[in-house]
Design a protein around this ligand. Structure first.
Ligand code: ZN
Ligand code: ZN
Length: 413
């Protein structure tokens, strides 16, 4: 990519993130969370936001080197307190719908590999506890939000270890633009078509109201009960004010919530999971009545253990997502060590909090009502990949018939 086409693609990316991703409306404040290397993109985003009529663009910067330095040198108590003024500010913006939240990820999969996993677990739990209400607002679509990614050297080197660094970064950018359809002539129209396609899948599955899903693949034999009146979602969805947004770019998934007490069997991961700077790989989870009762991992076992120990809900599932094995990301045959990409190349599940929007009336339910309906609650929500070309999935209808949903990793209807 020459400098001109890079600049042109960045402009298209910024436009897409603001207009289709968060779908910023006049008078809103755009809250951007970004790594310092994304400064050019963030400036373009801010310009478009103000042109649309944003009241304010609030940017919070982060820097991997500062993060690593803190984990190495700060005293333990730095990880047990979270600035409440920040938590309250985020909460205010998300509960009133005044804010739209754009998060720019730029993963460094090995950033924290030499740090004590316990320190990282403490920091993660402290932040999720402080931001609990803000996250609940986001997960019930009270506010519009979107996640996108930008390339960086550490990430590029991990995805393309055999390429010279400069070329690896260029390849990764090209892939980010391809997966988000930025490389097409009219990305906004391409996203409208893509959303239509995902909505067709969603409508089919919602009409079926399967009672159970049965997963079979090498190392996987899992039954997942679905609650009454579960709702499949995919692509763009309306926020509480009915204005649609696309929470993830890229996105290839359609997803719903499992019944938190009705998961039995064993499931094996098929891609490494980058959990906040530590890689967990080749792991297996055994479920009984919805709860993880056994676990093995070839890499990152201690980190996985900390994740499961976050709270009771972290041992149960909150999301079941279907992604065909033949998707633009999957066909690249690359492993991205970035869940936003890897989850969109593979069937996946999530440990932890369910989206209340995945059940009829869920956003209005109390904590007790959610539990009664089989909705899992937790401080955490972590997607992990289980799909492969060998995976079959059946849906079990209300009258007990099995119907194919996936065969050999792809849609069967
Ligand atoms: Zn997902
Ligand atoms: Zn998820």
């Amino acid at each position: 990519m020459n400098t001109d086409s890079m600049d042109h693609n960045l402009s298209k990316y910024a436009e897409l993130a603001v207009r289709v991703g968060v779908n910023l409306q006049k008078g809103q404040t755009l809250v951007v969370n970004a790594p310092i290397q994304a400064v050019e993109l963030v400036r373009k985003i801010a310009k478009i936001a103000y042109e649309i009529g944003a009241k304010n663009v609030h940017v919070e910067w982060n820097d991997d080197d500062l993060t690593a330095l803190k984990y190495k040198l700060a005293p333990d108590e730095a990880f047990t307190e979270y600035p409440m003024w920040r938590a309250q500010g985020m909460e205010q913006w998300s509960s009133t719908g005044e804010g739209a939240f754009l998060t720019i990820l730029s993963p460094n999969p090995d950033l924290l590999k030499d740090i004590d996993p316990k320190r990282v677990a403490t920091a993660t739990k402290t932040a999720s506890t402080a931001l609990q209400k803000h996250r609940a607002n986001s997960m019930s679509y009270r506010a519009r939000w979107c996640l996108i990614s930008v390339a960086n050297e550490a990430w590029a080197a991990k995805v393309f270890p055999s390429l010279p660094l400069e070329e690896a970064v260029e390849q990764l950018w090209a892939f980010v633009f391809k997966a988000t359809r930025v490389d097409l002539g009219d990305p906004i129209q391409a996203w409208n078509d893509h959303n239509d396609e995902l909505h067709r899948k969603v409508n089919y599955l919602n009409a079926k109201q399967y009672r159970k899903l049965i997963y079979t693949a090498p190392g996987t034999n899992l039954t997942i009960g679905l609650p009454d009146k579960h709702v499949w979602l995919g692509g763009s969805k309306p926020a509480q004010d009915e204005v649609p947004f696309n929470p993830n770019m890229p996105t290839e998934e359609v997803f719903t919530m499992p019944h938190k007490d009705e998961i039995d069997g064993v499931v094996r991961s098929t891609k490494p999971l980058n959990y906040g700077g530590t890689v967990i790989d080749n792991f297996s989870l055994t479920f009984e009545k919805g709860r993880v009762t056994g676990m093995t991992a070839e890499q990152g076992e201690e980190t996985l253990q900390h994740l499961l120990d976050t709270d009771e809900g972290a041992r149960r599932l909150g999301e079941v997502a279907l992604v065909p094995f033949h998707s633009p990301i999957s066909d690249s045959n690359l492993i991205f060590f970035n869940t936003l990409f890897d989850e969109n190349a593979s069937n996946h599940l999530a440990l932890g909090q369910a989206y209340p929007t995945n059940i009829e009336g869920g956003t209005g339910m109390s904590k007790e009502e959610l539990a009664e309906h089989g909705v899992n609650t937790s401080l955490t929500h972590v997607d992990f990949m289980v799909g492969s070309a060998e995976m079959d999935i059946d849906g079990v209808t209300a009258d007990g018939r099995n119907e194919p949903i996936f065969r050999n990793g792809n849609w069967a209807f």
